[in-house]
Design a protein around this ligand. Structure first.
Ligand SMILES: Nc1ncnc2c1ncn2[C@@H]1O[C@H](COP(=O)(O)OP(=O)(O)OP(=O)(O)O)[C@@H](O)[C@H]1O
Ligand SMILES: [Mg+2]
Length: 156
């Protein structure tokens, strides 16, 4: 994903802006599970931008920011931010609930964020949270501990 996207990439009419401002330590993680989390967050961001475009009547430059930050010696923060619809406080309160979706029938299962929360919190001992301003956008925060490393079973 990282290699395919480069630093700033046009995908359709959405720009993905990556900002990995700190050299990160190697974080022990279940990479394929965390990739599912990133995919869920990015797909949700694209959906939110598409919906915002429809609200506004097309005149929006869609942007998704992906940032990583070393917040202390042993903790990192990854954020995925979009300038889509944003969410009101009622929606925000339910985003991690199983089967909660605002998408049309047949489009969203309402499981992407439930699964993502499980992966971050239960499989990695981290935290997943979000902040949003209706009409402005949304940011999801993935907090992970670097020391996950020593918690993982040795492979091979
Ligand atoms: N970036 C976002 N901007 C605005 N609303 C969002 C965003 N991410 C999630 N939501 C809201 O949270 C709901 C739940 O998201 P979730 O990913 O769990 O399910 P879904 O996208 O509806 O379905 P799927 O199971 O296909 O992921 C969405 O339907 C949407 O209302
Ligand atoms: Mg989703």
């Amino acid at each position: 994903m990282q290699r395919r996207l480069g630093d700033e990439t046009q995908t359709g009419s959405i720009t993905i802006i990556k900002n990995y401002d700190d050299p990160l330590p190697e974080v022990g993680c279940y990479a394929s599970l965390l990739n599912q989390v990133f995919m869920n967050l990015i797909i949700n961001a694209i959906d939110a931008i598409d919906r915002r475009r429809k609200e506004l009547g097309e005149g929006l430059r869609g942007k998704i920011f992906i940032k990583t930050k070393l917040v202390s010696k042993d903790a990192i923060l990854i954020t995925v931010e979009d300038n889509g619809t944003g969410m009101d406080y009622k929606t925000k309160a339910m985003v991690f609930d199983p089967l909660f979706t605002t998408k049309p029938v047949g489009k969203g299962a309402g499981m992407g964020l439930t699964t993502s929360y499980q992966i971050v919190v239960e499989n990695h001992g981290g935290d997943l949270s979000c902040d949003s301003i209706p009409g402005k956008g949304t940011v999801f925060n993935i907090n992970l501990l670097v020391k996950m490393n020593s918690m993982l079973p040795k492979s091979g």
